[in-house]
Design a protein around this ligand. Structure first.
Ligand code: KIV
Length: 295
């Protein structure tokens, strides 16, 4: 996947799938899936750090999570969010943030809105960094919007949304996320633009869909917005597994003999000697150690 594939998929009427991802082990699962691309969203401030809004995400946080995801999913296209105000303090600060995220392993950055920073978007794009826009409900403006509300519900608001979408396309964005926009409004924007639109709570008439990993996997049980489809009840699966472990520990059922190492004096010594030899001869000990741990 690269930015041309996004355009190609829209042009050919093929839908784009995107999920958020914030850590190495989740990224490994996404890497093994058919999902087209990953968003290291600033929603990580909430899902991974427990803050009430995305406003607490920092560039350092975004870079750390992006680096972990890049290691877990080295073959996926990764978009990283520029966090709250990082692109509103002038060009130098914006470019420093972009530099940090791209150095961490992102292939593109995403930012919210356009009013007052179209020139910065243009400069980032002209610097060779693909930019994904984000319109509709823009969570970094939660207080300015008066809460997490569905957007573009009047003709005037839809008109403003379409003109912002056009501005982002003109500034060089390769795609735009539309969040919490009713389907007909989202369709108006999608049909107006050449570039793809990726919806979350924006109905079916857009070029692709994005969901937050924790939400779609049922790891956030209290969160039930209308647009969300939960594909697995992972919270319950984890809780059941944890309780099974707790039971086994307390009853003495874990560990069993087959889950315990044999005594040092046993014929297993051969394996230990082999690993000592490998370590002495300067070969990487990690693989040897890992294989020793299996016997
Ligand atoms: O941060 C995020 O998770 C996002 C998605 C909701 C699109 O921006």
């Amino acid at each position: 996947m690269n930015i041309h594939d996004f355009q190609k998929m829209k042009d050919e009427g093929r839908k784009i799938s995107m999920v958020t991802c914030y850590d190495y082990s989740s990224a490994r699962a996404v890497a093994e899936s058919n999902i087209d691309c990953i968003l290291v969203g600033d929603s990580l401030a909430m899902t991974m750090h427990g803050y009430p809004t995305t406003l607490s995400a920092t560039t350092a946080m975004m870079a750390l999570h992006t680096a972990a995801v890049a290691k877990g999913a080295p073959t996926k296209f990764i978009v990283a969010d520029l966090p709250f105000l990082s692109y509103r303090k002038g060009l130098k600060d914006a470019m420093d943030a972009v530099h940090e995220l791209m150095s961490a392993g992102a292939h593109a950055v995403k930012l919210e809105g356009v009013r007052g920073h179209a020139e910065i978007v243009r400069h980032i794009v002209d610097s060779g960094v693909p930019v994904m826009g984000h319109l509709g409900l823009t969570p970094q403006s939660v207080h300015g919007l008066g809460g997490m509300k569905v957007q573009a519900r009047t003709n005037a608001a839809l008109k403003a949304l379409t003109s912002q979408a056009r501005e982002l396309e003109d500034a060089g964005c390769f795609a735009i996320v539309l969040e919490c926009v009713p389907p007909q409004g989202a369709r108006t924007v999608a049909d107006l633009l050449k570039i793809p639109t990726i919806g979350i709570g924006a109905g079916p008439h857009v070029s692709g869909q994005v969901l937050v990993y924790q939400d779609m996997l049922g790891l956030n049980p209290g969160f039930k917005p209308k647009f969300l489809r939960v594909y697995a009840n992972t919270f319950e699966v984890i809780r059941t597994a944890l309780n099974a472990f707790d039971n086994d520990v307390k009853s003495g059922a874990f560990p069993s003999e087959s889950e315990s190492y044999r005594d040092f004096e046993s014929p297993d010594q051969k394996v230990t000697k082999r690993s000592e030899h490998a370590a002495k001869n300067g070969r990487g000990s990690r693989i040897t150690l890992a294989s020793d741990m299996n016997h």
